[in-house]
Design a protein around this ligand. Sequence first.
Ligand code: PMP
Ligand code: GLN
Length: 387
Amino acid sequence: MSRNLSSKLPDVGTTIYTVMSQLAADTGAINLGQGFPSFEPPQALTERISYHLNHGANQYAPMTGIPALREAIAEKTERLQQRQVDVDAEITVCTGATEGLFSAIQAVVHAGDEVIVLDPAYDSYEPAITLAGGITNHVSLLIADNGHDFGVDWQRLQDTISAKTRLIILNFPHNPTGAILSAADLEQLAGIVRDTDILLLSDEVYEHIVFDGEPHRSLLGHDELWERCLVIGSFGKTFHATGWKVGFCIAPAPLSAEFRKVHQFTTFAVSTPMQHGIADFLDGNPDFYANLPAFYQEKRDYFCRLLEGSRFRLMPAPSTFFQILDYGNISDANDLAVAKQWTREIGVASIPLSVFCETPFTGTRLRFCFAKDDATLEAAAERLSAL
Ligand code: PMP
Ligand code: GLN
């Protein structure tokens, strides 16, 4: 039987996150690879979730998400992005951003459609495009002359568009580079898609983790872009709870209707007590998001300070909880090999960037997760500084 099994995803193996986490576990290394915090969600939030677990919120939630949670998402969307969205028709709660991205891609990509992704690209996009019968076109981000900042190469993106281009997937704040969009970037994008039928899928899971006083420029905040956009968010990043897998999709009503056609058969509904607990917490703490930039900026700065005497080249990350370190002064070996070697030999796991690129261009750069307690960051930095 297995000899005749024709894989729908022949090129897909185990994700780099799983590979590096497994290697870290096997070798006892400090795991700064897969992105997950070493600290707990707010206690007031876990208390509300256990309250609902014990008070009857244990059957199916509505397919689109419970109203109170959709209202909380609408409230913050209006407050932070000045976008009024229809609670009933334009917000859908989904099983983490991963399901949101998958359902969005299945909903809009037809067989033979082309989809543009920006490399390094998050690993879940291309398999979803392939399963929809689409073709993925990769456009590399540009590295600035300072050797650190990543940005969109708008000319290359424009040149990659064809009559078959159906969708462009964006991910800002960007994992793994931390790049963010400027107001000028949004105008460039608007100019490129104007007078086309191209749709946009914006993965904004790090929307609340942007540093140095910069705002998060969501596609939701741009009148023209919003009309053709599905925006995906995740409470996993926001509440230090990557294991909960509760996310959401915000899109204009006609796009949300198509999204829901897939969502209802991918997962149907999302964990009920989780939704009630998060809704209660946001009702009492609507400003929770406001503290996240300072919280993570302090961690970023601490990690960077600890590495000051090291041989790594770095520029503090503009966003997310990932710091890129360039090891070019230490080795010129391939980044995947170096990440594995250092996990085994010095006991610090990281994520190589080249695995997210069709044409590797990121050189001697590794991604380190700094969503960790100080002792973990200190131990990791000590080992890295000894290199
Ligand atoms: N997109 C990006 C860019 C991510 O980094 C992640 C998770 N780290 C996801 C999507 C998936 O989010 P979730 O865990 O909510 O499915
Ligand atoms: N998105 C997480 C990261 O970037 C990992 C998610 C996963 O393991 N699939 O580290």
